[in-house]
Design a protein around this ligand. Sequence first.
Ligand SMILES: C[S@@+](CC[C@H](N)C(=O)[O-])C[C@H]1O[C@@H](n2cnc3c(N)ncnc32)[C@H](O)[C@@H]1O
Length: 317
Amino acid sequence: MNDNLKNPLKSKDNTVLAKPFLKWAGGKSQLIPELSSRLPKKITNSGKIDTYVEPFVGGGAFFFYLKSKFEIKNSYLFDINRELVVGYKTIQNNYKELILLLQEIESEYLQKDEDGRKKYYYNIREKYNKQIQNFDYSNYNNKWIERASYLIFLNRTCFNGLFRQNSKGEFNVPCGKYKNPTICDKNNLKKVNSALQNTEIIYGDFSESSKYIIKNSLVYFDPPYRPLTTTSSFTSYSKEDFGEEDQIRLANYFKELGKRGAYLILSNSDPKNEDPNDDFFDILFKDFFIERVNAKRSINCDPKKRGEIKELIIRNY
Ligand SMILES: C[S@@+](CC[C@H](N)C(=O)[O-])C[C@H]1O[C@@H](n2cnc3c(N)ncnc32)[C@H](O)[C@@H]1O
């Protein structure tokens, strides 16, 4: 085994690796040991990945891990959340300016008392939501830096530290009450910036990743969960919903890519956690290797359901 894989938290040069710059629903940090122990032998032996593709990148926990352990020639990261793409591209292009803005926001915010912080938070949230109407999401420009600073500020100071939007795409999480939140994590932003070298970040549906995937590409899929119960409405990462027909579309895509000789690995929440007879994914992915591993779910409105659950890991190799 590649020596680097022995300690999952240290990178090639023994520095602690870049962490996701946002707290993101469904973040996969705690699944990394399970995923990394299932990488293709060819990759673990050589320490090299020619092409890495992540069609649902979110906070990118697995991507940042891989970047610190392997030599990756090219990476392509996709997400349908435009705001997330604004964040990634800004760190890639202008992280130094972003740090300056965040430092300013941090010192202004931390000086205030509880009431002042609350006003400051809602003021930025309002600006952030108003900007949507005239924002040019198609062409990277300097306005992206300010918007990315708002995104990170809101994520660091909102209730539960998450990103949630309403159907109009507006960020609608109320303010949180963290005593001393780190708004500008300068060292990590720098590390994220270096991890994003040789990486393309693309706004779009997962299926648009098709043109980058060839023989021996490594593709990690972490789609939005299929809601565990009919009452659980927790899938709103963005204003787009990911329904059962999308899960089916994804399974068909998985089959198609498998024929190209790409290494495919997918994680999803196991519906058997709720209903032992629910074979939805077992049927959809019946031609592949399906494993169930332990995971912890922290995001559940019902604290009793926050404990251990199973996560599915599906591979074509
Ligand atoms: C479970 S999260 C990924 C979490 C990620 N693995 C992490 O560590 O943070 C799923 C992601 O898929 C994105 N998404 C939803 N529908 C999509 C689609 N049709 N195509 C691409 N991305 C989509 C969401 O915006 C969200 O960021």
